[in-house]
Design a protein around this ligand. Sequence first.
Ligand code: PMP
Length: 358
Amino acid sequence: MSRFFSEKFAELEAYVPGEQPKDQQYVKLNTNENAFPPHQAVAKAAAAESEKLHLYPDPECLDLRVCLAEKLGLEPEELVLTNGSDEVLNFAFMAFCDEHIPALFPDITYGFYPVFARVDQVPFRQIPLQEDLTVRVQDYLHAAGTIFLANPNAPTGIALSLDDIVRILETNPYNVVVVDEAYVDFGAESCLPLIREYDNLLVVQTFSKSRSLAGGRLGFGAANPEIIRDLNTIRYSTNPYNLDRLTLAAGIACLTHDDYNRRNCRIIIRTRETARKALTGLGFEVLPSSANFLFARHPAIPGEEVYRRLKEKGVLVRHFAGERIRDYNRISVGTEEQMEILVNKLEEILKEDGRMNA
Ligand code: PMP
């Protein structure tokens, strides 16, 4: 820390993204990227747009917003586009929380939420998940604060039903409820259709996972136009050109070929279920996942050790040190080939320990 760094950030612990190693080629199953590259049209669209990089991008992102609104059956005024969904989440902490309105979210969820709360200097309360790592819906009824729920949750992969979300929305008419649907396209139910009925609902989605665009940094918020206006007030007060020309062009091409994305999601869901069965067969306990990752633990090997030994064998997964989840690893669902390698390496580890017949 330099001697100039504001004291208000002295205790700030920054978010630590998953490793992006440069030292060797890993089977990379640690950051929940899509197993497949974007449609070829995406690269072409971005390359063509690069000729206009001397000009600022459209701060209203109108072409992409119109295209996305059409795809989702919404109006463009019901959408705000952001630099990854992290940005709209951060805007929501800024816009809808303050010293009287704390942020409320599970103790085990997306690790960026407490970091946003701290950097935005708003109070927050972490509500423990139940023993089985599911959300207890009652804890969020008539809550005094802005609610942030990842659905499916991360890193568990467990989804809430739409009925449960409706109960939370109905009992919190004076609070914004943010539903972070980063992984929703891998098997959960989206509450996008509810934004017309509930003016306290903000749905957050991303192109990073189901649309193979993590490197393009494209996310969005969907809500009634008043909430969107608030988020735009924050956006125009921080970075009106938050989406660059290449990403705007890539986003439109990506939506034009959305059937390609949907097909890849179906493949990933199928691969996830095959991998889940294989891991269960090796003695792992695997939580029921509606996402593009599995959260798994083995009763005989500590999570940190599984992570380390897999890494030594060239497979990267994500381990979290949190007390209640340190037995687990979060394993992104890659291609069928990548998942076969993962299962083979885990089998090797178990054999090395004499836990399976060689
Ligand atoms: N929400 C959740 C639950 C996530 O896991 C992630 C990705 N790490 C994000 C939001 C943010 O993703 P992005 O900024 O790439 O849209």
